[in-house]
Design a protein around this ligand. Structure first.
Ligand SMILES: NC(=O)c1ccc[n+]([C@@H]2O[C@H](COP(=O)([O-])OP(=O)(O)OC[C@H]3O[C@@H](n4cnc5c(N)ncnc54)[C@H](O)[C@@H]3O)[C@@H](O)[C@H]2O)c1
Length: 706
């Protein structure tokens, strides 16, 4: 039998079942057809059990075993009952696999996630290839879900309760070596030897447990420790998620309550939880982010007609905070970068920065010391322009001064080939203005990284009137290659993220001046889900930097972007934030916060009580308003860009699905009325509702209807 998606043949009494057959896509997902085919094959195996010695499940794909359930199916589920039913239908097939009376072996090569891992767990033996593409894991929690095909039932049996909780609650995936160490897989072999080595395994393989076995044996053995393990896991979840995410807690409840149950009643509880979670607003928000990130992986901007430049050799101007990080990124991506600065001392600091960015990977043994040395050696730190004729991509990260940057661009362009791309990492200057200094502005764009480069996943690609589509497309693809998320933004003050962040920071200053306490402001924002409150964030950014950016935004956007005089006063008092250990808070020499800075606190004499919700609305509503002006000005392609930009750029709470999705869910008419109310009661300019938002409301539309 040669079915459409799964191949099936019997060779010497061994069934060979291959996923990803006759399918052009690089990834195999468990969609409805694939599950149905699998079901039919398993039924056939059962019917022929007397003539079969073993079943091997392998992949036809280069780098994928089974990538998991089809998320579009999950997204289409409308009711809890739909979800539970979907989960049960997968469980039933995997139970049949588990119940086959002969050895079953999963030969995992490539990506094996979610439903793929759950399928493998239903086999007696898992052999994994040592290929670097091979990973296993249960990432469902990242979509606000519980693994619903029996993963929470079978994983503890295989790897023990603590390991299974770690995998299921974090959603992280493991490579072959780790998977073997924790007992998730039985053996690891090179890809080519998986089938051959499986013979050895099925010949000695016996059924581990029959279907009547439950987790109870395992649980009773560990009766005392079990309670403690669950308690600890709950504490860790709460600490990590601050209680914002419901899925990990539901997973813990389901697993703990099911410990003593048999397979069928356990799985029915797992399916119920899956049903409940898959239609929850939170899971839908996380699914929305999943789809946005998938979409962004393919360039969809203006079509290029010419060749897309190939960006192989990199260079970075400036070896400061950003330059060192950019040199690291380029070296890590095999671009043998040149890092140029004005003096050797600065270059040494840049190299130190690049080296320190590698330390995490070195410690986690994701990078060998030989590779580390090789990558560091690939950076040429220099003060001259030698070798610039070989450079394909230059990223400028020198002082934030338009005149200096323009002079440097005009000079540098002469040392580079005509087809090389030149970019600026400016955070606030006009890219349009900068482009005027270049002979070939079509080869120039803004490439705005966030600090620190190695941690921040977002890169804004800033366009201007003369940029060529080939330049934008090449930069977009390059950003994707570095595993970061690109967002294309037209030039304008503060671009996308900093412009929307501005009211969040500005309003904090006004609230303080009104007499609301710093502690309450920061706590209210953290309780909304922001990674840190505005005062704390201002300390991180640097108060002096914030003053400069605020001026640029005020000049460019007018009075709705005017800031309170507080930051300026703080700079005059030499309170610059974390960089000099004095900001809104004080910091010790290791950068650890030690409490509020009384000197700054003494600037506020008034005291005002404000509810947490009101504080939150005072800072969030003007962000929504600004975002709608940005959409009106068509600076980005649509609401997804705003939401991705804010989630990846400032850590806007993912469980809310993004700023504009949050606004949609709250109701734009309510949002509009609240902004309007603040424009009357707080400040006319800062809360002047955008016409675009007003139109959406009068047309009864949402941002995501655009
Ligand atoms: N620091 C941030 O958080 C951040 C974030 C995003 C973007 N940016 C932008 O990145 C750029 C650099 O910022 P930074 O914080 O790394 O600055 P920095 O002051 O840490 O480093 C700037 C470096 O550029 C060098 N330099 C000055 N003129 C030069 C020239 N002509 N040729 C070569 N090197 C020269 C200086 O010696 C210095 O080492 C700025 O445009 C800034 O707006 C900064």
């Amino acid at each position: 039998m040669d079915t459409k998606r799964i191949s099936y043949e019997i060779v010497d009494k061994v069934a060979h079942i291959g996923f990803g057959h006759n399918c052009k896509k690089s990834m195999t997902v468990l969609d409805e057809e694939t599950l149905q085919e699998l079901d039919r094959i398993v039924e056939e195996l059962k019917a022929n059990k007397k003539s079969i010695d073993a079943a091997l499940f392998f992949t036809h794909k280069e780098r994928c075993f089974l990538a998991g359930a089809d998320i579009t199916l999950i997204a289409a589920m409308k009711t809890e009952a739909d979800g539970a039913e979907g989960s049960e239908s997968g469980q039933t097939i995997f139970n049949k696999v588990e119940d086959l009376p002969f050895p079953t072996i999963a030969l995992v090569h490539g990506v094996c996630l979610g439903g793929g891992t759950e399928f493998s767990l239903s086999c007696n033996t898992i052999l994994m290839s040592d290929d670097k593409s091979s990973v296993m894991g249960l990432p469902e929690v990242k979509l606000g879900l519980i693994p619903g095909f029996g993963g929470t039932y079978r994983m503890p049996k295989r790897v023990g309760l603590p390991n299974s909780l770690d995998l299921i609650l974090s959603g992280r995936s493991v490579k072959a070596r780790k998977a073997k160490k924790m007992g998730l897989v039985d053996e690891v072999y090179p890809k080519e030897r998986l089938v051959e080595m499986s013979t050895r395994h099925y010949k000695k393989s016996k059924k581990k447990q029959s279907f009547t076995d439950s987790l109870s044996d395992f649980a009773q053995d560990n009766f005392l420790s079990r309670k403690v393990i669950f308690q600890k896991a709950r504490e860790n979840v709460l600490k990590k998620t601050k209680g914002f995410y419901q899925a990990p807690l539901k997973i813990l409840d389901t697993m703990e309550a099911g410990m003593m149950k048999g397979r069928s009643s356990y799985l029915s509880a797992e399916a119920q939880t899956f049903g409940e979670l898959c239609v929850s607003a939170q899971s839908k928000n996380l699914q929305h982010i999943f789809f946005m990130t998938e979409k962004v992986k393919k360039y969809s901007g203006p079509q290029s007609t010419g060749d897309i430049p190939k960006l192989k050799k990199g260079a970075c101007l400036g070896a400061g905070t950003m330059g060192g990080g950019i040199a690291w990124l380029m070296s890590d991506n095999g671009m043998a970068p040149i890092m140029k600065d004005l003096n050797v001392g600065a270059l040494e600091l840049g190299l130190k920065q690049a080296s320190s960015n590698y330390q995490g990977a070195l410690k986690r043994r994701k990078l060998s010391s030989e590779d580390f040395e090789r990558k560091m050696r690939s950076i040429s730190a220099q003060t001259d322009f030698s070798g610039f004729e070989k450079v394909d991509l230059l990223i400028e990260a020198i002082v934030e001064d338009l005149k200096i940057k323009q002079t440097v661009f005009a000079d540098t362009e002469k040392k580079m080939r005509d087809d090389a791309l030149i970019t600026s990492n400016t955070s606030s200057l006009s890219v349009e203005e900068m482009s005027k200094a270049l002979e070939k502005p079509e080869r120039f764009a803004g490439l705005h990284f966030f600090n620190p480069v190695h941690r921040m996943p977002l890169v804004e690609i800033i366009t201007h009137s003369k940029v060529a589509p080939e330049t934008v497309e090449a930069l977009y693809n390059w950003v994707l290659k570095t595993k970061k998320t690109p967002v294309v933004v037209k030039d304008g003050p503060g671009f996308l993220v900093n412009r929307i962040l501005m009211p969040y920071l500005n309003e904090a200053g006004y609230l303080l001046e009104e007499g609301v306490s710093m502690k309450e402001i920061d706590e209210a924002c953290v309780n909304f889900g922001m990674p840190m409150g505005p005062c704390r964030l201002l300390d991180e950014v640097g108060i002096d930097v914030a003053v400069k950016v605020a001026k640029i935004l005020h000049d460019g956007l007018g009075d709705r972007a005017k800031s309170s005089g507080l930051s300026k006063k703080m700079v005059d008092m030499d309170c610059l934030g974390k960089k000099n250990s004095k900001g809104f808070y004080l910091y010790d020499s290791a950068g650890k916060e030690t409490g509020a800075n009384e000197k700054v606190q003494s600037l506020f004499t008034k005291s005002k009580v404000m509810s947490e919700t009101e504080i939150q609305m005072r800072v969030i509503l003007p962000m929504i308003n600004e975002a709608s002006i940005i959409l009106d000005e068509k600076l980005v392609a649509g609401p997804e860009d705003v939401d991705l930009g804010l989630i990846f750029g400032i850590g806007f709470p993912p469980f809310r699905g993004g700023l504009l999705r949050y606004a949609d869910s709250e109701g734009l008419d309510r949002i509009y009325k609240a902004i309007e109310k603040y424009s009357e009661s707080v400040d006319f300019d800062r809360y002047q509702p955008s016409m675009f938002l007003k139109d959406l409301v009068s047309n009864k539309k949402k941002f995501y209807d655009l």
